[in-house]
Design a protein around this ligand. Structure first.
Ligand SMILES: Cc1cc2nc3c(=O)[nH]c(=O)nc-3n(C[C@H](O)[C@H](O)[C@H](O)COP(=O)(O)OP(=O)(O)OC[C@H]3O[C@@H](n4cnc5c(N)ncnc54)[C@H](O)[C@@H]3O)c2cc1C
Length: 471
């Protein structure tokens, strides 16, 4: 690329960063997009990977592939760990080098957020969150392993604990995931497992607030709760989780024994505010000005989950549409500056509405400032259409659509694989366990005397074979 044209460095190839890059496609500038992952993930469908309906590759695309026709853009795999805003450089750690400086004329930070355990980082070991593909695959492994353990457990009194799934946080992700796990139990467990009684399984959704889906209006949230309960989800509101450990959770002083606890409660922004040393909100989001730049630095834009901006007296929500619209705005503003044109009017978010799916065939939706509210099949069809449309590539749209139809007709899942797990490597027979007891020679007994990971609280997810598995 020629040297005498401005360079725009975009950090993050998620919703915001990709929208910014695309807005700059016709700009006479050198665009460098840096991401620590080589792929863009469609996070709204992560819960379907976690519940084995879709495969990771159906909701993610290599960023390089997405931008291959954009000749002014270079994609780099690397993690930004610092910004020198006076020297106009970012420092990137890539595959084999640390702190490589990359200069910029304009910088767009679109580094998103990660899950937050509200000061209880010790919960993470026992309650994985859902943010990227590896998280979704780890949750899938954890849930499928719980079914396998229950099937192998001849003592029915332990089935209930093995088949208790606790979700912490009743926002859209918690609601969608709990409904999907309840459906998974009703469909897959019933048809594929012989020893497990699905009636023993519990899905418990816990939240300290007084209703599910608090970003929705009250009647929509009530409808979602009713639907969850119809699917068999126990909704426990008004009490935050007090403890999460290797045995399950404690809520309102009550211990709920569970093998599978999933964290869907909160997010915290990337450390972009620290890199820049600028004003942030309490959570750490960078306070941006109305043109999405940082005070005193008109060349630095921060967009999406990692930024905060008030509109009509309220901070904008951390959703995909905000990130996309902000990324596009930052890209267009830079384009105009490169062309010597006047700046755009201040950024204003156009709220297209809110939706959440509560099991197959049922969604809740509100749009036009909540004037239009829908629930049920029609809302689900709208949800499905919109989600298909927003997948990054046409092949993914076709593949996800066909998978949904196939799963709807046959109940077959897209990817119920437990990857990176070999029972024989992790579960050695106890020295005194007689061989015939392990193989269940007599009376159909399977595994008497074998100690499983359930008996060893405190072991990490990796040790349990729950590590990243991207199949
Ligand atoms: C499970 C889940 C479900 C969701 N469902 C919905 C939904 O249904 N509807 C909705 O509107 N929103 C939903 N959201 C929220 C939505 O996904 C986010 O608001 C949106 O992704 C924010 O976009 P972003 O560009 O700010 O960040 P992201 O899309 O998260 O992108 C950030 C990118 O930056 C990269 N990155 C981070 N740090 C660095 C670094 N230091 N160096 C290099 N690269 C870095 C990451 O790899 C990533 O690619 C959901 C989120 C989750 C987690």
């Amino acid at each position: 690329m020629p040297e005498n044209i401005p360079r725009v460095v975009i950090v993050g190839g998620g919703f915001g960063g990709l929208a910014a890059a695309k807005a700059l496609r016709h700009t006479r500038a050198q665009i460098v997009l840096i991401d620590r992952n080589n792929h863009n993930v469609f996070q709204p469908l992560l819960y379907q990977v976690a519940t084995a309906v879709l495969t990771p590759s159906q909701i993610a695309s290599p960023i390089r592939e997405l931008l291959r026709n954009q000749k002014n853009t270079m994609v780099l795999l690397g993690e930004v760990r610092a910004v020198d805003k006076d020297g106009k450089r970012v420092f990137v750690t890539n595959v084999d080098r640390e702190g490589v400086p990359i200069e910029y004329d304009y910088l767009i930070l679109a580094t998103g957020s990660t899950h937050s355990y509200f000061g209880h980082d010790e919960f993470e070991e026992f309650a994985p969150g859902l943010k990227g593909l590896a998280d979704a695959a780890a949750v899938r492994n954890k849930a499928l392993l719980a079914f396998e353990q229950a099937e192998a457990e001849e003592n029915p009194s332990r089935h209930r604990d093995l088949l208790t799934f606790v979700l912490v946080g009743a926002g859209p992700t918690g609601v969608e995931l709990s409904a999907a796990i309840a459906s998974l139990i009703r469909k897959t467990v019933r048809s594929e497992f012989r020893r497990i009684d699905p009636a023993l399984a519990r899905v418990v959704l816990v939240d300290g607030g007084d209703r599910v889906l608090r970003s929705f209006s009250e009647d929509v949230s009530q409808a979602a709760k009713k639907r969850l309960e119809k699917l068999g989800v126990e909704v426990r509101l008004g009490h935050p989780v007090e403890l999460i450990d290797g045995h399950g959770v404690v809520v309102a002083g009550e211990r709920i024994l569970s093998k599978t606890v999933i964290w869907t409660a909160g997010v915290e922004p990337s450390p972009a505010g620290k890199w820049l040393g600028v004003e942030t909100d309490r959570a750490g989001r960078v306070r941006v000005q109305k043109d999405l730049t940082v005070s005193g630095h008109p060349e630095i834009f921060v967009v999406g989950d990692t930024a905060t901006l008030d509109q009509d007296g309220k901070p904008l929500p951390g959703v995909a549409q905000v990130a996309i619209q902000q990324g596009r705005y930052a890209g267009r503003t830079i384009q105009r500056r490169v062309l010597g044109k006047s700046d755009l009017r201040p950024f204003r978010y156009f709220d297209k509405g809110n939706m959440a799916v509560v099991g197959a065939g049922f969604a809740v939706l509100e749009t036009f400032k909540s004037r239009i509210r829908m629930k049920g099949l029609l809302a689900w069809l709208a949800w499905a259409g919109i989600h298909l449309q927003f997948l990054a590539q046409a092949n993914l749209r076709v593949s996800v659509f066909l998978q949904w139809v196939w799963t709807g007709l046959t109940r077959e899942l897209g990817s119920a694989l437990i990857v990176n797990f070999h029972a024989s490597e992790r579960r050695k027979p106890m020295p005194d366990a007689p061989h015939d007891a392990i193989l269940g020679k007599s009376g159909g007994s399977l595994g008497t005397g074998i100690k499983g990971p359930y008996d060893q609280p405190g072991r990490s997810g990796q040790e349990r074979g729950l590590g990243p598995a991207l199949t």
